[in-house]
Design a protein around this ligand. Sequence first.
Ligand code: GLN
Length: 454
Amino acid sequence: DAYLSAIDAANDTLNAYVKVTADKAREMAKASDERLANGAGGALEGIPLGIKDLFGTEGVHTQACSHVLDGFEPRYESTVTANLWADGAVMLGKLNMDEFAMGSSNETSYYGPVKNPWRARESNKDLVPGGSSGGSAAAVSAFLCAGATATDTGGSIRQPAAFTGTVGIKPTYGRCSRWGVVAFASSLDQAGPITRDVRDAAIMLKSMASVDPKDTTSVDRPVPDYESALGQSVRGMKIGIPAEYRMDGMPEEIETLWQKGMAWLRDAGAEIVDITLPHTKYALPAYYIVAPAEASSNLARYDGVRYGLRVPGKDITEMYEKTRAAGFGHEVKRRILIGTYVLSAGYYDAYYLRAQKVRTLIKRDFETVFADGVDAILTPATPSAAFGIADQDMAADPVKMYLNDIFTVTVNMAGLPGIAVPAGLDAQGLPLGLQLIGKPFDEETLFRTAHVLE
Ligand code: GLN
């Protein structure tokens, strides 16, 4: 009830929830109380969570914040949300996001932008919460849920976490099942939590992660008790600082934050070492080939026949055309066009295949560094603090918006785990985040190290 009234009071302003499931929440909470009264109960018993609109929730609004999925209520539950409910969690509702998770500011949502609960000290203007999991990050930051599910294809958990002073972890590709989650770029998409601190993230990820016969890319490995990694010493650990992440024109405050992070870890007994990841500069361009290519294929299914919106036409072809023209927003159309182009006959080898080769080189850079004994890599999470809603520069040039992902996409390209942790405020009083990148399936080291930084 406390969370529902907080949502009532703040959601008109923040626009974090696109659907509040108050009745369902009370019903689930009651069932939870009964289980607890009977001495039963799971790891998340009674914990009220918000769910990103990308996760299929049975009988409940699931539209990936797109017009094309109008009215869609799946008859299935995603594996990740089913795992959360099996542990006793309670659903408060569905959270706003960029349309089909394409964006870095939550401004491509059919349901309108989300406002960051944080404001700059001087300008006091409305800021974006980041994207695509902007609703998840804003809701957690404003205490409109105890934690939220999110997804990360190129940074969509870590960048909004950094913009809102929350914690977000993208686990290793394959750690959480993608089954029942609306697909964006299948070889990059991963689910993970956004929470207020590292401990909550550890608890929530344990519940979300599982091997799943319905997702053949999910991995059959025991899920460790991540929480027990917290409080363990980082003494003797080797933390890599990649030279390629020190970019020209990086704001002073981001460099200062990074230095502070290094100092904290050094004080805690870790060894800070310089490393090199030579193919870093190709990660963003290669991502913007691979992700749109996979998206154009995944989004072919929204044809007016099987889901959501249908705009009638004189024949079936015209119906497809009208439905897709009306149903998708600008950014989604841009991705479909790029993706269709790079996959078309004669261009496949030059673009998609080449981007996949670059991806292998990026992955090898990390493998080399880890083979040299580095335990985790420390970088800034984002190149700046949260920016304004309807920022003119970003609106005029999509590439400016894409640059938000500069520190995060490499991690998706390599399939590695990455965590964003709040590490301080800028001169305007806005939160800034640091990122830790780990070895495959070594989320424990990330939790342990992030706990020292928070
Ligand atoms: N901002 C990136 C994009 O627009 C990443 C999005 C995501 O991780 N879902 O593709």
